[in-house]
Write a protein that binds this ligand. Structure first.
Ligand SMILES: Cc1ncc(COP(=O)(O)O)c(C=O)c1O
Length: 370
């Protein structure tokens, strides 16, 4: 039986009526730009994230750019981030005009290493942009400890609803950053039926700037104090996402259960490292990513058995051709480079059945002769 990496049709089959009703309401109302569905959804995400404000935008990549612009980051400034992430993280820094400064990751969690980041702070540093990779929150409080004056933009595209325990409380993805950003790309735990994004913040001032920047910098219709973008969350997407949001906790719990099942079933395979979750974190497992040295051969073996896998991410960003101008060479970030050669993501979507998971496990074990 083929096992896909992700099966969105299985999810849609269950929620079809609810989502179609919400979409048709927008169609019948013929109100496609902003309006109540967007405001309602922004309120729901602010509540989930324990933030005072949430501002919808067109996608998670724009969210990062809007965050940089709201913090007045521009040419001549530096922003520190990880080279082991989706392209958009560093792409947004480039597009803001600032210089991307990479620092290596922690080998177990893949999070931007706070000590490595602190070591590259200069007088031009204006922000640090850690990424909550694969669904677990980066050590947000540790960046603040080592770099107290540098605002954190948390790229939480993969971690909506994830929690991290510090200061004696569960803190949500995006809660403790100057600005947190989400993506509703269809493969995320909360995915739209198209593109979508969101920013969260506790700051009145930043919320005001973000709202302005997403509508061409307009303070009211046709009055512009700065130059922004057309980057609104589509009303149809807001309606879809609001309809899906009540299921998010259950879906993320199912992913955690699948992860625990894999962890147990692969624990005695010494060639594999199952995901390391920082003890302070409750991951939402946007990906279940193992590490193994014969990664490419394992992936080919699984493909032959019709099991979907993916490599997130095969080329660390400092080695991408388009960033050659930054001057980083092979060997600059050994942990990120090693991770990109060893990672392999296995199917972990909520609707995965136990027999499908057993099939994945049997195929992985058989590759290692077990
Ligand atoms: C870590 C990370 N940052 C940014 C993005 C960009 O989000 P989007 O695809 O919605 O533009 C994504 C996802 O696609 C992501 O995984």
């Amino acid at each position: 039986m083929p096992v896909p990496l992700l099966d969105l049709k299985a999810q849609h089959a269950r929620i079809r009526e609810t989502v179609m009703r919400a979409m048709m309401k927008v169609v019948d109302d013929q109100t496609f730009i902003l309006g109540k569905p967007v405001e309602d959804f922004e309120g729901q995400i602010a509540a989930l994230s324990h933030t005072r404000f949430a501002i919808g935008c067109a996608n998670g990549s724009d969210a990062l750019l809007l965050a940089l612009r709201a913090l007045d980051i521009e040419a001549g400034h530096e922003v520190i981030t990880t080279p082991f992430t989706f392209f958009a993280t560093a792409g947004a820094i480039h597009n803001s005009g600032a210089k991307t400064v990479f620092a290596d990751i922690e080998p177990d969690t893949f999070s931007l290493d706070p000590a490595a980041a602190a070591a590259v702070v200069t007088s031009s540093t204006r922000a640090i942009m850690p990424v909550d990779l694969f669904g677990q929150i980066a050590p947000i409080e540790r960046y603040a400890d080592t770099m107290p004056r540098v605002p954190v933009i948390e790229d939480a595209a993969q971690s909506i609803g994830a929690r991290r325990s510090f200061d004696g409380e569960w803190r949500m993805a995006g809660e403790r950053a100057a600005i947190g950003t989400f993506s509703f790309f269809p493969s995320k735990n909360l995915g739209g039926y198209g593109d979508g994004g969101m920013l969260v913040t506790q700051s009145d001032h930043l919320a005001m700037r973000l709202r302005r920047l997403r509508t061409h910098g307009a303070i009211k219709t046709y009055v512009h104090e700065e130059i922004g973008y057309n980057s609104r969350l589509d009303t149809l997407q807001a309606a879809v996402l609001s309809a899906k949001l009540p299921f998010l906790a259950e879906w993320s719990a199912a992913r955690r259960a699948h992860a625990a099942y894999y962890d147990a079933a692969l624990a005695d395979v010494p060639e594999i490292r199952t995901p390391a979750i920082d003890g302070a974190n409750e991951s939402i497992y946007n990906q279940y990513t193992i590490r193994t040295e014969p990664r490419d051969a394992l992936q080919a073996h699984l493909k032959a058995k019709e099991i979907g896998t993916a490599i997130y991410y095969p080329i660390p960003l400092h080695l991408q051709q388009c960033f050659a101008y930054l001057g980083y060479k092979q060997g600059a970030f050994p942990e990120a480079e090693r991770a990109s050669k060893e990672v392999l993501s296995l199917p972990v979507y909520p609707e995965l059945t136990q027999s499908q998971q057993d099939e994945v496990i049997a195929a992985v074990r058989s590759f290692f002769g077990r």
